[in-house]
Design a protein around this ligand. Structure first.
Ligand code: SF4
Length: 385
């Protein structure tokens, strides 16, 4: 990712109730010279901002406060698809990168890059969650509605979060498509994962604008290991574009040559999926992309996906290529059904809790320095998401 001046931010809208927050002051200091508009009437402002084109929204920051808690279970996507029961910390929405398939183009009403500045209660939120189910290993991250690092050299939000996570029995994931790790602190090799979403370089160039090239992502992952971080990789969204077989095979070659398996906590596989109205947005904003013209089927969750035989072919190819190189790394599907699990991996977790349990078991076994006992499966019931 080429760092643009002021991270590409050309205007700041500041909710007057967020004016005095330390994070607001930090951001305003770092973006000195960028025009600021103080917003007194939030409702009227947001109604107007809703009409703003996405391209302008990506150049504007909206600093505000969030009314409720930040820590939420991953919204998942309907009962027919297994969810790993991840938890999200949505402290920011949208990001300055521009991926053709980004679901946020359709999902959020306000296209501005929004940063919530009242994050001081997050450690208490985390403590309350962990205390509620002490036998469980919670995984959580900030990369669900944004890129965790694209603006982090500006906010330094992860610095505080890492400090919080290091003291607790949990796994924190920082998910990105950038190479912006220089500002991250060195950490003891423990429970902090930096993860990259991966695609072949040709797909990155045509679908993931303003993100770091593949070689840079991999080089940065190797550098993150030296700083004490564990790694994660997300082959998501997998794209059935011309040449996919050779391109994904070459990508796996590069990945497995660049970082050691024993530093990688997990790898996810997920194929392109999107709500039907996103197709129109993609075609309007990125008329040359080609990804929305494939044949899709509407899944039981209402989202468009490649037909199941195509998905299975894609997953098998990736899964087998990965397994040839890395026998033990934890590989899972993000939002796939049990039939696909069985067709590709030969088994399927019984339910969401069963998948969550497999994470805990793999992390406890592969990373003994975390001092996690192999869990009692009774700690993992499907009562709660
Ligand atoms: S990095 Fe994530 S949040 Fe940012 S544009 Fe791409 S898909 Fe959307």
């Amino acid at each position: 990712m080429t760092r643009q001046k002021n991270f590409g931010i050309e205007h700041i809208f500041l909710d007057q109730t967020a004016r005095n927050a330390p994070l607001t002051r930090r951001i305003l200091r770092a973006l000195k010279g960028v025009p600021v508009t103080i917003v007194k009437s939030k409702g009227a402002f947001l109604r107007g901002a809703g009409q703003m084109p996405l391209a302008s929204g990506k150049k504007s920051l909206w600093l505000t406060r969030f009314k409720s808690g930040f820590l939420k279970p991953c919204p998942a996507t309907g009962t027919d698809y297994l969810c790993c029961r991840y938890w999200t910390l949505n402290v920011q929405t949208h990001c300055p990168l521009d991926c053709t398939y980004c679901i946020l183009q359709n999902y959020l009403n306000v296209p501005l890059i929004t940063i919530y500045v009242n994050t001081e209660n997050i450690p208490h939120e985390i403590d309350a969650l962990l205390a509620n189910q002490p036998g469980r290993l919670f995984r959580m991250g900030t990369g669900e509605l944004t890129d965790s690092l694209a603006l982090d050299p500006l906010t330094h939000f992860n610095r505080d979060l890492i400090r919080t996570a290091l003291k607790r029995k949990m796994i924190l994931e920082i998910k990105t498509k950038t190479d912006l790790i220089r500002h991250l602190p060195k950490v003891p090799k423990k429970n902090i994962v930096v993860s990259w979403s991966l695609n072949p370089e040709e797909f990155i160039r045509t679908q993931e604008f303003k993100s770091a090239p593949l070689a840079k992502r991999l080089e940065t992952a190797a550098a993150a290991v030296k700083k004490g971080y564990r790694l994660g990789f997300h082959f998501d969204p997998l794209l059935l574009l011309p040449g996919w077989k050779e391109k994904y095979a070459a990508l796996i070659e590069k990945l497995t040559r660049t970082v050691p398996e024993n530093e990688v906590m997990w790898i996810s596989l997920g194929s392109l999926r999107f709500p039907p109205p996103l197709k129109k947005v993609i075609e309007e904003r990125f008329p040359k992309t080609g990804i929305a013209t494939a044949e899709f089927v509407r899944g039981l969750d209402g989202k468009m996906r490649y037909f199941r035989p195509g998905r299975v072919k894609l997953y098998r190819h990736i899964y087998e290529a990965l397994r040839k190189k890395w026998r033990d790394v934890f590989i899972y599907f993000c939002m796939e059904n049990k039939t696909v699990w069985r067709d590709v991996m030969g088994f399927a977790p019984e339910n969401n809790a069963g998948l969550d349990y497999l994470f805990h078991e793999s992390i406890a076994r592969r990373f003994p320095e975390l001092d996690l006992s192999i869990p009692d499966s009774r700690a993992y019931t499907d009562q709660e998401r």
